[in-house]
Structures are given as structure tokens and as C-alpha cells.
Design a protein around this ligand. Structure first.
Ligand SMILES: Cc1ncc(COP(=O)(O)O)c(C=O)c1O
Length: 396
């Protein structure tokens, strides 16, 4: 008998979609993937070389549970350099991906019946991770007309004595929103006043396309830093999703609890990948800038194309590599056997009719949107947008 805990887990909506896409591809049908949640760039060669070096040096053994000291020192240097923040090695944990750091953080601070507030749309794994701790996810909807900016007044209405944390993500997956410093500061001050944590997932920090800087929550004030667990990693910034290295910094007692938990569940993260991640953090600025320039070109192009399509409304996201157009206009419209009543119908229609794979916003609690990832070549984006435009014109 499967545990209640797992039975209560909502299976990933995107998995069903991936299955359909895999079937089409298997039949040799050319599907353009706009469903991808990782950079389409290769990991830079200097990083790969360091992993090779690690293998030949015999750095293939367990490391301390919280990660190699050298890497944790490098993470401290990163926070000093980027945000003038002082952390010591004991305030850092390295995990098997940011995802594990997030799970560790929630396991470390959330008791059954505690509440964790999550602004939505959000990355759906947050909700399942919170449920696994026995805590309750309190979902607060952000407003699309403001590009899904952080609405702290709305969040404040949901703070109760049971609030253990607010989990924010900027730049945001799926909305691409980049939160403003004044809003994050307002939330930080509430955390200090009401004594809850902010879990600040900043995994897309390097991918911001406007003049704005990433507002690193912990850097706002020493009091807010004491209440903040920052989640980050190498996956998105250095095109290293498969290497599975993430990290977190925060209050020493929380990091210790996270590493105690990690020690019992995975021992330590992959050692050659940790060694390579030192190189990523140290020597990859040029790569990051190149990747960002390319993503920005695609972002501008795709937003322009989408907004020219009749019925599509798409605000311009400032970060990450996703756009999330609203498709409500098409509800009730038909073509052949397809009737569009929700974003999932639109995903099925676009997959069948135009051979492009996009993700339903419903998977991120965005009930009237689809998520399009522009982590694909400019050529494929152009072809994909042409196909999408054609398919939408057919819906009457
Ligand atoms: C918002 C957000 N946080 C965390 C992660 C997980 O990152 P990692 O691959 O390092 O576990 C993702 C990956 O898609 C993400 O979108």
C-alpha cells in the first residue's frame, strides 16, 4: 500500500504532456519544444575540464554532508562579491540541485500544520514539497495586469500565527517577473515583525534583461538576512542542470538542520560536480553574458510576435526564459475536433495542429495562460511562432 503522503501528491501535469510529445517524436514528427525548463546551451568547456580533472585526481569520494569546504568558501565569496553579504562556511549548504536545498529548508523549518505562503503563479514543486513536510501551502494569487509583481499587501492579509515562511521566487518561473526591491523589503520587514522566514529562490538571478539588479532578499538589511534562506545553484546560470548542484545560505542553525537532514538522506552531493562548480562560480562571467544576450534577443522577438497574434495578450517578462501569454480570448473557439476551453486544450491543439510543445499555465496555477520557454534556437522560435500564428487563425 502506497503511503498517504505520496497518494496525496498531485502528479505532474507536464509529465502527461511530455509523454504525448515523446510519442510524436518517436513517430518521426518534428515537434518544436517550447516546454523546456533548462538552458539550451552546453556547459562551458572550462567547467567540464575541471570535472575531468576531479576524476583523475581521485576526487570521487564522499564529501562532507554540507558539501566541499572549498566550494562552500566559493559560495561565500560569491555572496560577498555580488551582494556584499558576509557568510561563513557554516552558513552554506551544497545540495544535489536547488531542488534538494529547497526540500531541506522546508524540512528544517516547517512542522505539521505550519503554513507557508506562496505567491502564485508558482513553480508547482513548491506546493508538493510543502505538503510533504505536513505543512500547508497558502496560495496567494498575484495580478497578471502588473506582470505578476509581488503584491505584499495581499500576502500580508494571509499572515497568521501559523505562518512559518513565505516562499518567493525572483526572477520567477513561470512568469518571468523580477520583484522590485521596495516590495521585497516590505515583505522582509513583515518577516522580522511577525517572526517568519523568507525562503528566497534566486536560481534565475543571472537572467535579468532590464537595468534592474536581482534583489537578493538577504542583502536588504541585517535583520532581514537573519530571517532569509537563499536558494541558488549552478543549474540555470551555467547551463548545468544535469550536474545537480544547488546551494543555500542562511542562519547557521537552519543550515545545520538542513545538513543534518541531507546527511541522512543523500550523504553528500556528487563530488566531481562540486569540484566543477567551483570553476563555474569563479570563471564563467563571459559565458553568462553571452547566454543572457542570446536569451534577451529571443525574449524580445517572441513577445513581439505573440502580441501581434490576434487574441494573444503577453506582458514582457524581465527575467528567466519563459513568457506566459493569456489565451482566454480563444475560449469557446473551435477547429476540427478541437474546442478550446482552457490552457490544456490549447496545448493539445498547438501540439497536434502546429507541432509546437508548450506547457499549460494550470500546471503553475496560472489558469488562463500557457508557458512558452524560449530556450530554443532563434530559427526554431521563428518557425514555431509562424506555426502558432497559423493555427490560432484557424480557431473560429
Ligand atoms: C524556480 C525554480 N527553482 C528551483 C529549480 C530547481 O533547480 P535545480 O535543477 O538546481 O534543482 C527550478 C528548476 O526548474 C526552478 O524553476
Amino acid at each position: 500500500m502506497i503511503s498517504k503522503r505520496i497518494q496525496e501528491m498531485v502528479p505532474s501535469v507536464t509529465l502527461a504532456q511530455s509523454e504525448k510529445i515523446a510519442f510524436l517524436k518517436k513517430q518521426g514528427i518534428d515537434v518544436i519544444g517550447f516546454n523546456i525548463g533548462e538552458p539550451d546551451f552546453n556547459t562551458p568547456m572550462n567547467i567540464i575540464k575541471k570535472a575531468e580533472e576531479a576524476y583523475s585526481l581521485g576526487l570521487t569520494k564522499y564529501t562532507p554532508a554540507a558539501g566541499m569546504i572549498d566550494l562552500r568558501e566559493e559560495v561565500c565569496r560569491k555572496f560577498k562579491k555580488d551582494y556584499n553579504l558576509d557568510y561563513s562556511v557554516r552558513d552554506v549548504i551544497v545540495s544535489s540541485g536547488a531542488k534538494q536545498s529547497l526540500t531541506n529548508a522546508l524540512m528544517a523549518i516547517v512542522d505539521p500544520d505550519d503554513e507557508v505562503i506562496v505567491p502564485t503563479p508558482c513553480w508547482i514543486s513548491y506546493i508538493e514539497m510543502i505538503k510533504l513536510t505536513g505543512g500547508k501551502a497558502v496560495l496567494v494569487e498575484m495580478d497578471e495586469s502588473n506582470g505578476f509583481d509581488l503584491d505584499v499587501d495581499k500576502i500580508a492579509k494571509h499572515i497568521t500565527p501559523k505562518t512559518k515562511a513565505v516562499l518567493i521566487n525572483s526572477p520567477n518561473n513561470p512568469t518571468g517577473a523580477v520583484y522590485k526591491k521596495q516590495d521585497v523589503e516590505k515583505l522582509g520587514n513583515l518577516a522580522v515583525k511577525h517572526n517568519f522566514y523568507i525562503i528566497s529562490d534566486e536560481i534565475y538571478e543571472k537572467l535579468i534583461y532590464t537595468e534592474e539588479q536581482n534583489c537578493c532578499t538577504a542583502s536588504i538589511s541585517p535583520e532581514i538576512k537573519e530571517k532569509t534562506i537563499t536558494i541558488n545553484g549552478v543549474s540555470k546560470s551555467y547551463a548545468m542542470t544535469g550536474w545537480r548542484i544547488g546551494f543555500a545560505v542562511g542562519p547557521t542553525d537552519v543550515i545545520k538542520a538542513m545538513s543534518d537532514y541531507q546527511g541522512h538522506t543523500t550523504t553528500s552531493p556528487n563530488s566531481p560536480a562540486q569540484y566543477a562548480s567551483i570553476e563555474a562560480l569563479r570563471n564563467s562571467e563571459e559565458f553568462v553574458q553571452e547566454m543572457k544576450k542570446e536569451f534577451d534577443k529571443r525574449r524580445k522577438y517572441i513577445v513581439e510576435r505573440l502580441n501581434k497574434m490576434e487574441g494573444i495578450k503577453c506582458y514582457e517578462p524581465k527575467g528567466a526564459f519563459y513568457v506566459m501569454p493569456n489565451i482566454k480570448y480563444f475560449y469557446g473557439r473551435k477547429y476540427k475536433d478541437f474546442i478550446i476551453n482552457n490552457p490544456m486544450d490549447m496545448c493539445d491543439y498547438l501540439l497536434e495542429e502546429s507541432r509546437i510543445a508548450v506547457v499549460t499555465g494550470a500546471a503553475f496555477l496560472a489558469p488562463h495562460n500557457i508557458r512558452i520557454s524560449y530556450s530554443n534556437s532563434m530559427e526554431n522560435i521563428k518557425t514555431g511562432m509562424d506555426r502558432m500564428e497559423e493555427a490560432l487563425k484557424k480557431l473560429k
